[in-house]
Design a protein around this ligand. Structure first.
Ligand SMILES: C[S@@+](CC[C@H](N)C(=O)[O-])C[C@H]1O[C@@H](n2cnc3c(N)ncnc32)[C@H](O)[C@@H]1O
Length: 282
């Protein structure tokens, strides 16, 4: 309640609505899908960083030059990520999903909201260890262009490497994480050869479709930023991108509760939020 009062004092309702409309009209991004209080909080942060006092001034900046919109996206999106984040989910993918995908001649995987590429690195390492990397085409997508640029050379800070090694092991890793990276004084860069079959793509799940289908889609820790009343829209979009029998992996805190086509999905792991589209496509 306290924060509601504070937000409405700093960001009047009318300017908030005008801002959401401008971003949708000009750039297609549906800000209204996002949780309102965290969106407000991040808008205040963006205003502070852009050194503007009101949303109308921010609107002028965003409509004057695309580069400001890119900067806005960088500050507005939460790009927190981790290699082998939620390791039990990786283990389930390895144990329950890869044995079925292995039977295919070629495998197509899409990552939505992949941030700076740590999730991609985990996926490629897992596929390599299962001898599936060479026959897999991977598309890494995100709303943020700068996150995609960083994903060209996935790395993690040396200070996080012990935790990463632990998560890798808990995620079913078969070797040692250090087999897959080279370190500098502060960063560990993952081996470029892991990413030979990776295409990077700007993709906003609130506005468009890719016109392709995939055998596995990872969309982890993105839906949590959307209000529950809108979650059926991205979920339906993700399911439309699945081949019959294709798999969908969400974040541990996420669910398909708001998806209106439950009958199209089977549960593969309820704790790790892995689902499979029925073999007979709707
Ligand atoms: C918290 S990160 C999750 C990263 C990774 N999936 C993981 O689980 O570690 C959320 C990512 O979603 C991206 N994102 C936010 N809104 C998006 C949208 N409308 N369409 C696609 N990606 C979006 C952000 O840029 C960010 O990189």
């Amino acid at each position: 309640m306290e924060s509601k009062v504070k937000f409405s004092q700093v960001i009047p309702e009318k300017s908030y609505r005008d801002f959401v409309e401008l971003v949708e009209d000009r750039y297609g991004l549906q800000l209204k899908w996002y949780n309102r209080s965290s969106l407000m909080r991040r808008l205040l942060k963006v205003m502070d960083q852009f050194q503007v006092n009101d949303l109308y001034t921010l609107m002028l900046l965003l409509s004057s030059d695309h580069k400001y919109y890119e900067k806005f996206l960088d500050r507005f999106t939460v790009q927190v990520t981790d290699i082998f984040r939620e390791p039990k989910g990786w283990k389930k993918l390895r144990e329950l999903v890869l044995p079925l995908l292995r039977k295919q001649e070629q495998i197509k995987i899409l990552i939505v909201g992949g941030s700076k590429g740590e999730e991609l690195a985990a996926l490629c390492i897992m596929l390599k260890e299962e001898s599936l990397l060479d026959k897999t085409e991977i598309t890494l997508s995100d709303l943020s262009e700068s996150a995609l640029r960083a994903s060209q050379r996935p790395s993690i800070s040396k200070t996080r490497i012990k935790e990463a090694e632990l998560n890798y092991r808990m995620g079913g890793g078969k070797s040692n994480l250090y087999d897959y990276y080279q370190s500098t004084s502060s960063l560990c860069y993952f081996d470029e050869n892991l990413f030979a079959n990776v295409e990077r793509l700007h993709f906003d799940i609130t506005q468009s479709e890719l016109g392709k289908k995939y055998d596995l889609i990872l969309c982890r820790n993105l839906l949590i930023y959307f209000q529950s009343q809108f979650q059926h829209l991205p979920l339906a979009r993700l399911v439309r991108h699945l081949n019959p029998g294709g798999f969908l992996s969400l974040g541990e805190q996420e669910s398909i509760a708001f998806y209106k086509g439950h009958e199209n999905l089977q549960i593969v792991s309820s704790s790790q939020k892995i689902f499979r589209q029925n073999l007979i496509s709707f």
